[in-house]
Design a protein around this ligand. Sequence first.
Ligand SMILES: Cc1cc2nc3c(=O)[nH]c(=O)nc-3n(C[C@H](O)[C@H](O)[C@H](O)COP(=O)(O)O)c2cc1C
Length: 413
Amino acid sequence: MISEKRITLKNLGKINPESIDDYINEGGYKVLESAVNRNHIEIIDEMLNSSLRGRGGAGFSAGLKEKFTSESCLRCEQKYLICNADEGEPGTFKDRIIMENDPHLLLEGILIAAYAIGANKAFIYIRGEYYKSIELLEKAIKDAKEKGFIGKNIFESFFSIDVEIRLGAGSYLCGEELTLLESLEGKRGYPRIKPPFPAEKGLLGFPTLVNNVETLATVPTIVGMGAEWYSKIGTEESPGTKIFTISGDVTNPGFFEVEMGTTLRELIYGLAGGMKNGKKLKAVLLGGAAGTFIDESVLDIPTGFDSLKEKGAVLGSGAIMVMGEDKSIFDVTYSIMDFFKHESCGKCVPCRIGTAHLVNLMKKAKENPSEKKAILEEMLSESEYIAKTSLCPLGQSPILPIRSLVRYFKDQF
Ligand SMILES: Cc1cc2nc3c(=O)[nH]c(=O)nc-3n(C[C@H](O)[C@H](O)[C@H](O)COP(=O)(O)O)c2cc1C
C-alpha cells in the first residue's frame, strides 16, 4: 500500500501557520542560523550534491542555478532572489498548500538560498488571487523581521536581507521567469529573449535567482539534513519528493507528497482512491495545459523528469487531471487551445496568430467531425511551426498536448 512521504509538507497540520513560535518549536530557522555561519560555497555544494531539480516544471538543477547566480558578475553591488509563487498552470495548487500551511518554511528556504548566492533583496512574486497565502506571508515576514531573521546582520553574521511581496495580476505568462522580471520591473508582461538568463542578467540587469515555491521550501531540509540524506530519496535522475495535485474523476482528489518514482497508478488508484463511481479511466492530462495526455500504458512508469519523457509525457508542475470514460478529449483539447490563445501576450506574430489559428482549427473540426483526424495532423504541423518560431516558451507549449494526442488518442480526438 502506497503512502505519502512528507518532507516539504512535514509541518502540515502540526503547526499553526500564523505562529512563528510554532515553527521555531519544530526546529524552524535553526538551519538558517547554521547556514549563515558556514561558507556560502558549502551551501551551494550541498544543493548541487542533492541533485534537486527545480519544481516549477522544467526540472533544471537547483544547485547549478545557485552556482551560476553566485558566480555571475562578482563585482555587482546587487543580486536578487525571486520566489516564483505565480502558480498559473491549470490543475496545479501545490505552492498554495505550502504557503497556506507553512509560510515560514518557504521564508527560511528563501533566506538560505539568498545567502548562498549573495543576494540581499528577495521578492515573492505571488498570484494575486491567493489572498490567504498573501496574508499569511505578510504576517510571516513581519514576525521574522521582529525576531531578527530578516533584516541586518542576521544571527550576528555579515548577511543582511530584505524580503518583499509583489502581486501578479492574473497573467499566465507572467509566471515565466523572464516575463516575471518585466512585470516586477513595472512593465507590461512581455517576454524577453533568452539568453541572457536571469542568473547572468535578471532583475534590473543584475544576477537573479528565480526559483519555484516548492524548490525553495525544500532548501532548509536539504541544507539541514545534508545532500547525502536527501539524494537517497526518490530516484537517481529525480531525487527527493514531489507534491502532486490530483483532480478530476477520482474518489479522493487533493494533494499528495510522495517520493519521486511513485507511479501514476499508485497515485491515482492508491492515494486518490481510484476512479469515481467505478468509471473507467480514459486519459490523464499530466502537467497542466502545457502538459501531455497519456493513457493506461504510462501509469506504471516511475515518475521523474526524464523517465516520463521517454513515453512522450512531461511531469511539469505535477498536476494530474484524471478523465473518466465519459469525458471528451476533444472538448478538453478545445479549452486548452482557447487557454493558450487567451494567454498569448501578442508580442510575437507566430504565437499570436498561431494560437488563434489552432482554435480556428478546433472550431473547424467541431463543425466537420469526419475531418477531425486530418485536422489533428494539421494542428501538429502548425504547433511545430509555432514552437520553432515563437519568442518564448508559451509558443512551445501547444505542441505538448497535441503531440501526445497524436501518439495516444488519435482515434478518440
Ligand atoms: C508560460 C509559463 C508559465 C510559467 N508559470 C510558472 C509558475 O506559475 N510558477 C513557477 O514556479 N514556474 C512557472 N514557469 C516556469 C518558470 O519560467 C521557471 O522555470 C521557474 O520559476 C524556475 O523555478 P525552478 O527552477 O525552481 O523550477 C512558467 C513557465 C512558462 C513557460
